[in-house]
Design a protein around this ligand. Structure first.
Ligand SMILES: Cc1cc2nc3c(=O)[nH]c(=O)nc-3n(C[C@H](O)[C@H](O)[C@H](O)COP(=O)(O)OP(=O)(O)OC[C@H]3O[C@@H](n4cnc5c(N)ncnc54)[C@H](O)[C@@H]3O)c2cc1C
Length: 413
């Protein structure tokens, strides 16, 4: 069937059987990748789902990230469990969302002596995490990607990839919508109505009317990423969230098809990701109180281009196409630059013992990364099932998602 753009694509039946329709209504706040995957997972388990997004879908951090499909290699030395989870989710996403992924692999490049010494530690940590990394001669890596620094000391192949920050979540939105979820963009959650100690409704304000609507629900999940602090406070919950912006610089020209990373402990400016006709170097990290309107620091561009040249000489001579920043939703509190915080995610029940003072019937999902959006949704949906006494298992591994284009096709039906 011709798509709106005139490009031909294959449309197939996405018609997973819903075993039980339960009557429970769940309101998901936040229309980034995490909210998209959660709306789909809950719909597949038979819940009646309404998702609220205050802006356009993916307009938070999701639509502005680097687009690296993490094999987990970057995290293998520091956190084996996160590395294994990334590897597992990469394999699942390659199966269920192939249209959003460019799976070309990645190369970690040792540029100096310290990097070269790190190689054996890195490779064995990857293997222990189940990531099939292997050292290859620099000449072989350069035969794949001639842009790699000819002075490189060592090179290691890993199963990294790139994905489209917009198309991946839109496929999850398309699937959720096909299963009956109400996806409401430009509709802000402005309050949570707590009745007898339990979240009973979300007050939603659509931009189009400006008039508040009451969305009755049996459970509320905040998937609002870096904004989880302000949404948690609507229900008296103090979510431990650290918004940590990072800058990216895109230059014109696709310098490599593979993801190129610095063979060293994770730091700033150490990854180049190809996206269509651009190459993107990222990123940096600092901490802010307010995730709205984060802008790149003045020094970021010069620093990032210098770092990119170390991996791929000549990167900085390309014309700069765009510079932007977005805030990571790091789970936990940090007074420093946030590097001490784990990249893991958390499902926080507002009524859990020790939580300060929250309400039953609501949870906050924070942390993680775009690569693990499906796993984050699975954990949160398991939590909702447990809280509401619903016995449906997760089935999001089983079905190939519809095209991202189908989200809009549904809209025009
Ligand atoms: C610089 C940078 C580079 C990154 N690179 C990568 C990468 O290469 N690979 C990777 O896997 N991960 C990467 N990440 C991490 C990844 O981007 C995030 O983990 C992920 O996008 C978070 O998605 P989310 O849906 O949880 O949050 P968001 O996408 O921020 O979604 C939350 C949404 O909630 C909405 N919202 C807030 N308040 C309200 C309200 N009151 N009512 C309704 N809606 C509301 C917001 O508008 C927003 O759209 C990167 C992050 C950064 C910052």
């Amino acid at each position: 069937m011709p798509a709106a753009s005139g490009v031909l694509y294959t449309r197939f039946m996405f018609d997973p059987p819903i075993t039980t329709r339960n009557r429970a209504r769940v309101c998901v706040i936040g229309g980034g990748g995490t909210g998209a995957a959660l709306a789909y997972d809950l719909s597949l388990r038979g819940f009646s789902v309404t998702l609220l997004e205050k802006g356009e879908l993916t307009s938070g951090t999701t639509g502005r990230h680097h687009g690296q499909l993490h094999s987990g290699a970057r995290y293998a030395v520091g956190d084996r469990a996160i590395a294994s989870e990334c590897m597992e989710e990469t394999l699942i996403l390659r199966r269920i969302a192939p249209e959003a992924i460019e799976y070309n692999g990645g190369v970690f490049v040792a540029v100096d002596d310290d990097d070269a010494d790190y190689a054996p530690v890195f490779v064995s940590a990857c293997l222990e995490a189940g990531i099939p990394a292997r050292e290859v001669p620099v000449s072989e890596a350069r035969s794949w990607e001639p842009v790699i620094n000819p002075a490189a000391r060592r090179t290691v192949w890993v199963p990294d990839g790139a994905f489209d920050a917009f198309r991946m979540p839109m496929s999850f939105f398309a699937a959720a919508r096909r299963l009956g979820a109400g996806i409401r963009s430009f509709t802000e959650a402005v309050a949570v109505d707590v009745v007898a100690g339990r979240a009973a409704a979300v007050i939603a304000r659509p931009v189009s009317t400006g008039r508040d609507e009451r969305i009755e629900c049996d459970y509320v999940v905040s998937a609002t990423g870096a904004w989880a602090g302000s949404v948690g406070r609507m229900a008296g919950f103090d979510a431990p969230i650290t918004p940590a912006p990072g800058t990216m610089v895109a230059v014109r020209g696709r310098l490599s098809d593979m993801v190129l990373s610095r063979l060293s402990p994770p730091g700033d400016g150490d990854i180049i990701v190809p996206q269509r006709g651009l190459s993107i170097i990222g990123t940096t990290q600092r901490v802010v109180d307010d995730p709205d309107c984060v802008l790149p620091d003045d020094d970021d561009v010069e620093f990032l281009l210098k770092r990119a040249d170390e991996l791929a000489p000549g990167f900085s001579s390309r014309g700069v196409h765009a510079v932007w920043a977005a805030a990571r939703p790091l789970a936990g509190r940090s007074s420093g630059d946030g590097r001490s915080l784990s990249r893991d995610f958390m499902v926080l029940d507002h009524a859990a013992p020790g939580a300060v003072p929250g309400s039953a019937g609501m949870a906050t999902l924070i942390g993680g990364k775009a690569t693990v959006l499906r796993a984050m949704a699975e954990k949160a949906a398991d939590h909702v099932c447990e809280a509401l006494g619903v016995g449906e298992p997760c089935r999001t591994r089983e079905f190939v998602l519809p095209s991202w284009r189908d989200y809009y096709a549904e809209e025009t039906r």
